[in-house]
Design a binder for this molecule. Structure first.
Ligand SMILES: NC(=O)c1ccc[n+]([C@@H]2O[C@H](COP(=O)([O-])OP(=O)(O)OC[C@H]3O[C@@H](n4cnc5c(N)ncnc54)[C@H](OP(=O)(O)O)[C@@H]3O)[C@@H](O)[C@H]2O)c1
Length: 333
């Protein structure tokens, strides 16, 4: 058996390209006492890993070439040298973009086999938890609030909108093309949608939020944040989740106008967060998310690519807005 691996061959200059990656083949690694060998079933591609390649995610360290591209996967244990995990167990691990990976048993999380493995990477994985904690801890939604979400059709965004509806909020999603904006209201449960590509974006945002904005879940930063700031209500909250509008470039733009003046005058709370700030609350959050899926209040979408070799194309396409829901690359059955 071979272990196909996708390496970072060069760091992107400007936009990420498939040619920044290289597919190689190596031997399946052997394991030692206390370790497990995991065969990747699927990996998730998140926009935040582009910040890692840019060097702007301080928690990810400096970007490097010649290493397997990092990524979270769901995997089947195919060999075990520990008592805690057995062959055939399903786990979530930092598989990276490769067929096989070795981990200490403490570094993987055993998960249930009763749902699509993709959900362990989406709704019950980092992105579902990010949507949940950003909205609950920083947004603090109450019925009647107007909640604005950018990258609203994406992995985090499509779940934020649905979760806010559970709390009786009015939701407005921001996306790119007219087709994606239509999906926000027809398929993803948003009350209104606005395209940031429209030349009249600011006026359309104002029309979509006639009572102002109480919570802005910011996945993008950039001009969308700049426009949202001027529509925020007194005592409103901005959850700074990510800056995807500034990742796929070597020359990210500076922050928006109005800070700190608008924050002071309107007593706006603008707070960044990282999902792992809430590690100790993951299990309780997963139970709540699972309950919403079971009750039909949350309908998480996976957006699939087939084949490990397609991972670079899947990542480039995601940064261009090609995904609706969580991008999953299926690697093996
Ligand atoms: N704080 C945390 O702990 C944490 C954890 C996970 C993720 N995140 C952040 O959450 C955000 C969403 O990540 P995700 O993995 O769910 O990705 P995603 O939203 O599924 O995919 C990225 C989306 O960004 C949009 N986009 C791309 N370029 C844009 C631009 N110039 N302006 C506006 N929108 C643009 C595209 O949608 P359109 O078609 O709508 O443009 C694309 O589909 C990212 O900022 C990520 O860093 C934060």
């Amino acid at each position: 058996m071979e272990n196909r691996q996708i390496l970072i061959d060069s760091l992107p200059e400007g936009k990420l390209a498939e040619s920044n990656y290289k597919l190689v083949s190596s031997q399946v690694p052997a394991i030692k006492e206390g370790e497990v060998l995991c065969q990747t079933i699927a990996i998730t591609i998140g926009a935040g890993t582009r910040a890692g390649l840019q060097g702007s995610a301080s928690y990810a360290g400096a970007p490097k070439t010649g290493i397997v591209m990092n990524g979270t996967g769901v995997a089947r244990i195919v060999d075990s040298q520990c008592d805690e995990l057995s062959v055939d167990d399903l786990v979530v691990c930092q598989s990276g973009w490769q067929d096989f990976s070795v981990h200490k048993h403490t570094q993987v999380q055993k998960v249930s086999d009763d749902i699509d493995p993709g959900h362990h990477l989406g709704a019950l994985g980092t992105n579902g938890l990010t949507a949940y904690f950003g909205l609950m801890k920083i947004g603090e939604p109450t019925a009647g609030d107007t909640v604005l979400v950018s990258a609203a059709a994406g992995s985090v965004g499509h779940m934020v909108g649905q979760m806010a509806k559970v709390y009786g909020c009015r939701t407005v999603g921001v996306s790119s093309s007219p087709e994606k904006c239509a999906l926000l209201t027809t398929r993803l449960g948003y009350d209104e949608s606005v395209s940031y590509l429209s030349p009249d974006f600011r006026a359309e945002l104002k029309n979509a939020c006639p009572d102002g904005i109480d919570i802005y879940f910011d996945n993008t930063g950039g001009d969308i944040l700049g426009a949202a700031l001027f529509r925020m209500n007194e005592q409103s909250r901005i959850a700074c989740c990510g800056v995807v509008s500034q990742y796929d470039t070597s020359t990210p733009a500076g922050g928006p106008k109005g800070i700190p003046g608008l924050l002071i005058n309107k007593r706006i709370r603008m707070q960044g967060f990282l999902v792992f700030d809430y590690l100790s609350e993951y299990e309780a959050a997963r139970q709540q998310i699972k309950a919403w899926i079971d009750s039909g209040e949350l309908n998480p979408l996976n957006d699939d690519f087939e084949g490990l070799e397609k991972a670079p194309a899947a990542f480039v396409d995601l940064l261009r807005g090609g995904n609706v829901g969580t991008r999953i690359v299926r690697v093996s059955n």
